[in-house]
Design a protein around this ligand. Structure first.
Ligand SMILES: [Zn+2]
Length: 217
């Protein structure tokens, strides 16, 4: 009798195991996905390109990094830990600049998209300032522009990462955010004049007069 009971229990367990396994598989099959496209929009990529030009080989830039990958709650008990963790669980840092050897985060950068101050935006800024101050990570705020002064970005970051290089102007495509190259016109009315072309040519045909000057803070 005992033997039969064991067999029955084993059988039920086996059935449940298979049942659950197949249910899970079917569940996955029901969920289809599509690619979302670029990780960064054109304005974010322009800033990203300026950042990597500014840091060169002396740092690694990563974007949209989940906060919980960078910081962890410093709590006395479980309840406090969960509350602190929930505050950051769904948030990310726009850009983090890491030491290239250890990939340890040295600086957090928040890119302001220029949208008007909303309740959500204020909440995010408060959270950012608090967590960075609390964890002892420098926070730099930047605003979206058409053109970034790489030298200025480098100076900002140099306070936290050992960077040594002279200033140079790097300009980015207003249409797609890619770095631009300086070229000299070989024919036509502007022969001999310098101008910027998008590095994604022929995919992007944006060009710019060399002398165009953008706002400078
Ligand atoms: Zn372009």
């Amino acid at each position: 009798m005992e033997y039969v009971a064991i067999v029955v229990v084993l059988f039920v367990a086996f059935y449940l195991f298979i049942h659950q396994r197949y249910l899970k598989q079917d569940g996955l099959k029901d969920s289809a996905y599509k690619k979302k496209g670029s990780l960064l929009n054109s304005k974010e990529s322009a800033f990203y390109n300026a950042l990597i030009a500014a840091v060169g080989q002396q740092a690694v830039v990563m974007s949209k990094v989940t906060m919980t990958k960078v910081i962890a709650p410093k709590a006395k008990d479980k309840k406090q830990w969960f509350i602190a963790n929930n505050r950051i669980a769904k948030s990310h840092f726009d850009f983090v600049v890491c030491d290239p050897r250890s990939l340890e985060v040295r600086v957090v950068i928040e890119l302001d998209d220029g949208s008007p101050l909303s309740k959500g935006k204020v909440e995010r800024q408060k959270l950012l300032m608090h967590v960075c101050q609390s964890a002892g990570i420098p926070l730099i705020g930047a605003t979206i522009k058409h053109s970034y002064q790489v030298g200025k970005l480098r100076r900002l970051l140099a306070a936290h990462i050992d960077l040594i290089e002279a200033d140079k102007e790097v300009r980015f495509c207003k249409r797609c955010g890619s770095p631009m190259n300086i070229k000299t016109a070989t024919h036509g009315d502007y022969k001999g004049r310098r101008f910027f072309t998008c590095s994604r040519q022929p995919h992007c045909t944006y060009t710019e007069n060399y002398n165009v000057v953008f706002e400078d803070e």
